[in-house]
Design a protein around this ligand. Structure first.
Ligand code: FE2
Length: 198
């Protein structure tokens, strides 16, 4: 089974001013597409992994093996693009997710502050996540390099790419500025739908 690069859910210029068209183009065409190409190439030498899904690869391939890294990077990037929108998306007040965020973190701003702190404290490349654990508890965490929370049976709700390649073109080394701008482009409908999944 050949893995394909999923389409972006918007045009490459849609996220401006958060991310420039050039930044999205390089991130999507070079990095995201590169992981797809590398996974397909690596799978030619691993027939046992050729007919399983990306999620199954992430859960079954040895951690930090190249197959795992490429599969997880593809999945994380696709989830990242869908975590963003060019629309003026807001968390619907009174929604099940909004109530859960308030009961867990205090306010939405408190949740985003914690998300930014976790993003700033992630040393080196990685991802910041809002997840729901099997008991329904919300948690903000980070993973290094290509690591994924779905391997730990957690339901991802929102993700932010904090690899330097995600922000260097527009923000140079200002990860804090990148995270602050990221919060203005969150696709809350996507987050809410993920939260409502069983
Ligand atoms: Fe990335």
């Amino acid at each position: 089974m050949e893995h394909k690069l999923p389409e972006l859910p918007y045009s490459k210029s849609a996220l401006q001013p958060f991310l420039s068209e050039k930044a999205v183009d390089i991130h999507y065409e070079k990095h995201h597409r590169g992981y797809v190409n590398k996974l397909n190439e690596a799978l030619t030498e691993h027939p046992q992994y050729q007919e399983i899904t990306l999620e199954e690869l992430i859960c079954q391939a040895p951690l930090n093996d190249s197959i795992f890294n490429f599969a997880s990077q593809i999945w994380n990037h696709t989830f990242f693009w869908h975590s963003l929108t060019s629309d003026d998306s807001q968390l619907a007040s009174g929604s099940p997710l909004a109530k859960k965020i308030i009961s867990t973190f205090g306010t939405l701003e408190d949740m985003l502050d914690q998300f930014a702190k976790v993003g700033m404290s992630q040393f080196g490349s990685g991802w910041v996540w809002l997840v729901k654990d099997p008991r329904g508890v919300l948690e903000i965490c980070s993973t290094s390099n290509a690591e994924s929370v779905i391997r730990n049976n957690k339901q991802p709700l929102l993700i932010c790419d904090v690899w330097e390649h995600a922000y260097y073109i527009d923000y140079q080394n200002d990860r804090a500025g990148y995270l602050k701008a990221f919060f203005k482009c969150i696709n809350w409908d996507f987050v809410e739908n993920n939260f409502n999944k069983q």
